[in-house]
Design a protein around this ligand. Sequence first.
Ligand SMILES: Nc1nc2c(c(=O)[nH]1)N[C@H]1C(S)=C(S)[C@@H](COP(=O)(O)O)O[C@H]1N2
Ligand SMILES: [Mo]
Length: 344
Amino acid sequence: MTQSARRIVTERPLNAEFAPDALAEPLTPIGAFFVRCHFDVPSPEAVDAIEIAGDVARPQRFDLRELRAAGPERELVVTMECAGNSRSSFEPRPPGTPWGDGAVSTARYAGTPLRRILERAGVTPEATGFVFTGADRGTTRSGRTEPYARFLSREDALHDDVLLAWEMNGAPLPSEHGAPVRLLVPGWYGMASVKWLARIEATHLPFRGFFQVDDYVFRDHPELPDDTPVTRIAPNSRVLAPAAGETVAAGEHEISGVAWSGHGPISRVEIRFDGGDWIEAELLEDSSSYSWRRWRIRHELPEGDHEIRTRATDARGGTQPERAPWNGLGYVQNSIRVHRISAR
Ligand SMILES: Nc1nc2c(c(=O)[nH]1)N[C@H]1C(S)=C(S)[C@@H](COP(=O)(O)O)O[C@H]1N2
Ligand SMILES: [Mo]
């Protein structure tokens, strides 16, 4: 595998997508992992401890060392995808970071279950959820200056797989990815996984922060009421090899790629060559139900230009649409894509 550089989408704040050849591995190397920041990365000194406050019996602060000591450590392989991934292929292009197809990557994260820490603080019965606040802040489209903060319901936050993560691919969490500790909400689009976590507030009140009610919501969607929140990752897939635009020798080839969904494990990947029928690809070993699943198929490619389409289906029966519904902020673009290669 070639260790490709990231493609910078914006310098400040830093937004970068991975180059597709780095995707071929089950885990994305850190140097190739996509980065999504709304504001400048806070300085490493900005978060020396995480505070738990609000509707808790024992408000407290803890640092990374105490968090690790609170154990048990848990590891999960998780595919992180930005809700705005592939936004540039919506017509007309909605406002927002003009992502191509590279705002998705997969890492092995390690951390402490959030639940453990919440139990220690003693969440009171009236709390309906939690506000997670990052150490980064800035001015939003609304003109207000505020930190990056997100709400999670009590039920979602208490799920065993929600982690306070401090490690990524076996190394300390890099600063761009939220060091020292980030929230990790597997199966949800990336916006839920608050980086540079500074504060957890248990609350019984609705949270009206910009990134909760003005961003990461559907607007002008043909089927959903305005302000429906964006939550779990919709089924999606990519061809990785041969790479788009590549010319291969005519003959039999292995075509391979990845498929993922936040609604359950991938149960089927179908592939269609040119005007042919949909045929099933072989699914490879799963590393976790939150991780993309690799697939492959052998196929005869006659001389000429080829269009390859793939369609992922998850265990709940969700699948990729021919055309994902356009919406005002450009989220969840999981249309079946055309991957073009040539054989000579
Ligand atoms: N504090 C903070 N957390 C954040 C963000 C941010 O801008 N600030 N961006 C979110 C979004 S929109 C995504 S897609 C993921 C991206 O995580 P990554 O940069 O590690 O790939 O982080 C999320 N957590
Ligand atoms: Mo995102």
